[in-house]
Design a protein around this ligand. Sequence first.
Ligand SMILES: [Cu+2]
Length: 316
Amino acid sequence: MAADAPAPAAPGGGTGRERNDGLWLTVIWLVLSIAGCLVVYFVWGPHLPPGGMSDSAASQQFDNRILGTVATPVVIGVLLYFGWALAFWRQKPGDETDAAPIHGNTRIAATWITVTAAIVLGLAVFGTYELIAPAGAGGGEGPQPIWKPNSSTILQVQVIGQQWAFTYRYPQFGGFETTQLELPAGQPVAFNVTSLDVIHDFWAIDLGVKADANPGVNNVAYTTPRHTGTFTVRCDELCGLWHGAMFDYGKVVSPAAFQAWARTTETRLASMTAALPPYSLTYDPTQISTLGKVPAELGLTGAGGGYYNPADPEQP
Ligand SMILES: [Cu+2]
């Protein structure tokens, strides 16, 4: 059998019409793919998640635009071939003949391997670069991050997860702890993410930040908010009964507004901060003797938020 066999005849036998299916499919696929890629990149792209609220979010949106654009010709090719087969190659009523046997096509095989290898390897290089370029792309990098923002003024924010709330400590402002997450626009932020009990996951969706919160581990993630607004924070690791309720909202404000808020909050919570254990990258909840006063002052009830009392039977 010749290696370079011609394209197989349509199953079910021809009707006498000579139609070059390969040519037609290629032309239609090319036209639809060019149009589709332009629509995906330029029309749909700017609306893809997670938006452009931070540098890592914008970088992820760019990645999604590129990946969507690369996938478009593939999706169009599959759907077009499927539709074409249904429309033109279906079995005619009463036609019992078999389709022509196919024994391979070197040109198609070589093209397939070359194109798919180029796409996969190209995306691997692209993905690696995109992970490194925006200081870790908003992902948790563990306790010793390799990729850091190129800045000497990084705002440190500690994210403490526990069943079932996140609280935030600001070590550069006396180490106060609050349920409010506020960030200044334009300044790089280091999230030091940890947990007091089980594994949680700090996901600041619109900021493109996502880092596991593990007990006894400081997991660092970076981003730089670009403009003011509100963003959603969710726990993204199934962490118990009220996991679904473990979400809140953060704010990006102007640098001046942030300074005012942080100074005011530092002063307002000074007595509570004094009752907290000293700021540390991780905490051992069984060693924390501070009791119910802190959650109460944080305005939290039940098991959520603040440091829990190990002796409290209500606590996990
Ligand atoms: Cu959780």
